[in-house]
Ligand binder design. Structure first.
Ligand code: ATP
Ligand code: MG
Length: 244
């Protein structure tokens, strides 16, 4: 988990604004994810974390600021065009197709690829998720919560992303399942996929990431090496449930 501050930027967000009517949910934030880096974004409910991820993915209407990804300006690209460039969002609440099987969900993730190109990717993805491999024919709606989260991540991986945006993958899951999901995120990152992880479980996220940003009321209030944030008294009392 050595810091990778010198990695070339894959994503550079400058002065990002997200508005909903009169509400400024994101108020001019700067953040950066290096190639192959694992960065986390933490903050209380309503801080603007999901809005940030959605804006990066191209799913927000009223936004401002600059977005550079893989050396190009993507601020005006539509969500599907960003996805084609390797930007994949796994949204809050998973969103698997519950009436489709595991196999069909994975196929949806690879829709932009030919069958021949999708096959080896699918094999690799299923190797990362042995539980899904056993349940290929099961409809997604009947999977457990943890399995559905794994399927959502697996489906995103089918598109062959360079940057994975994960919105609270541990939400509502038992600690052991969260641990397993975080292990998978680590493995995916080791294979070269950059990750921007939003997570309520700040301690686990800070242990996994090399760098982190802390968001409060639409602004970034702290940024730095994940390890030093874990030791920061302000982070400890506000986000790690420790007094003093
Ligand atoms: N579609 C929307 N319309 C109006 N307001 C919205 C919309 N989406 C989010 N907001 C508001 O924007 C603010 C930021 O919300 P956001 O979902 O980005 O926070 P978050 O940090 O992801 O919170 P949580 O940890 O609860 O998921 C909140 O005040 C929320 O009510
Ligand atoms: Mg959220």
């Amino acid at each position: 988990m050595e810091p990778k501050l010198d990695l070339p930027a894959l994503l550079e967000v400058g002065g990002l604004e997200v508005r909903y009517g009169g509400i400024r949910a994101v108020r001019g934030i700067d953040l950066r994810v290096g190639e192959r880096e694992l960065v986390c974004l933490i903050g209380a409910n309503g801080a603007g974390k999901s809005s940030t991820l959605r804006a990066i993915a191209g799913l927000s209407r009223d936004t401002g600021g600059s977005l550079r990804y893989a050396g190009r300006d993507i601020a005006r690209l539509r969500a599907f065009e960003r996805a084609r460039l390797g930007l994949a969002l796994v949204p809050e609440g998973r969103g698997v197709f519950s009436r489709l099987t595991v196999e069909e969900n994975l196929a949806m993730g690879a829709y932009a690829r030919s069958r021949a190109a999708a096959r080896p990717v699918r094999e690799r993805v299923l190797a990362l998720f042995p539980r899904l491999a056993q349940r290929r024919g099961q409809t997604a709606g009947t999977l457990s919560g943890g399995e559905q989260q794994m399927l959502a991540i697996a489906r995103a991986l089918m598109s062959g992303p360079r940057l994975l945006l994960l919105d609270e993958p541990g939400m509502g899951l038992a600690p052991l399942i969260v641990q397993r999901i975080f292990e998978v995120i680590r493995m995916v990152n080791r294979e070269g996929v950059a990750v921007l992880l939003v997570e309520q479980n700040a301690r686990a996220a800070l242990r996994l990431a090399s760098r982190a940003y802390v968001m409060e009321s639409g602004s970034i209030v702290l940024a730095g090496e994940a390890r030093s944030l874990l030791d920061d008294p302000k982070v400890r009392s506000a986000y790690l449930g420790e007094s003093g």
